[in-house]
Design a binder for this molecule. Structure first.
Ligand code: AIR
Length: 180
């Protein structure tokens, strides 16, 4: 993807410091800037694993041609996974999946009206033939989408597999060390 010059909080963040490679392997896209507070956790998790990624706002409804353009060119741009987050009538992940055969991980955003149940159902209930892997609502989903993306990339990258094992070991060690 072409590097964007937009302000971090507004549209695009490009992690060019990656240990893995400089062009983005994972795109973290979201329906609105208001999703960033939640989705920044996906970006931070990818950062921890040193995975090159880009974060940007794309709305399936408010910017439909951008959504279609992004999905259609994702494979050719070198991306390997798309994380798509949206709230309410959350169709972004489904629209991405309609345009690409890359794995699309959907993250339902917590919504004001229905607390994210609307987002969850809109994201998860895809028709057979066009899959979206849907994660939990909100922050846990954002973190897990990033970990899932790392797991996908790790299939062909032993250094990432090793980091995932270390992450799990550290997580368990923390639990074992917890004294109440
Ligand atoms: N949204 C934006 N375009 C399509 C959808 N579904 C979602 C955003 C956000 C919610 O609408 O993903 O979760 C509210 O957006 P805003 O911009 O009104 O705060």
């Amino acid at each position: 993807m072409a590097k964007k010059n937009n302000d971090k909080a507004k549209h695009t963040i490009r992690n060019s410091q990656s240990e893995i490679q400089n062009s983005s392997l994972v795109a973290v896209i979201m329906g609105s800037q208001s999703d960033w507070d939640t989705m920044k956790h996906a970006g931070e998790t990818l950062e921890k694993f040193g995975v090159a990624h880009e974060c940007r706002v794309i709305s399936a409804h408010r910017s439909p041609s951008l959504a279609s353009e992004f999905g259609s060119t994702a494979e050719a741009s070198g991306l390997e996974v798309i994380i798509a987050a949206a709230g309410g009538a959350a169709h972004l992940a489904g629209v991405m999946a309609a345009h690409t055969t890359l794995p699309v991980l959907g993250v339902p955003m917590r919504s004001e009206a229905l607390n994210g149940l609307d987002s969850l159902l809109s994201t998860v209930q895809m028709p057979g033939g066009i899959p979206v892997a849907t994660l939990a609502i909100g922050k846990p989903g954002a973190v897990n989408a990033a970990l899932f993306a790392v797991a996908i990339l790790a299939n062909s990258r032993p250094e990432l597999r090793k980091k995932l094992h270390e992450f799990r070991e550290a997580q368990e060690a923390k639990i074992r060390a917890t004294k109440l």
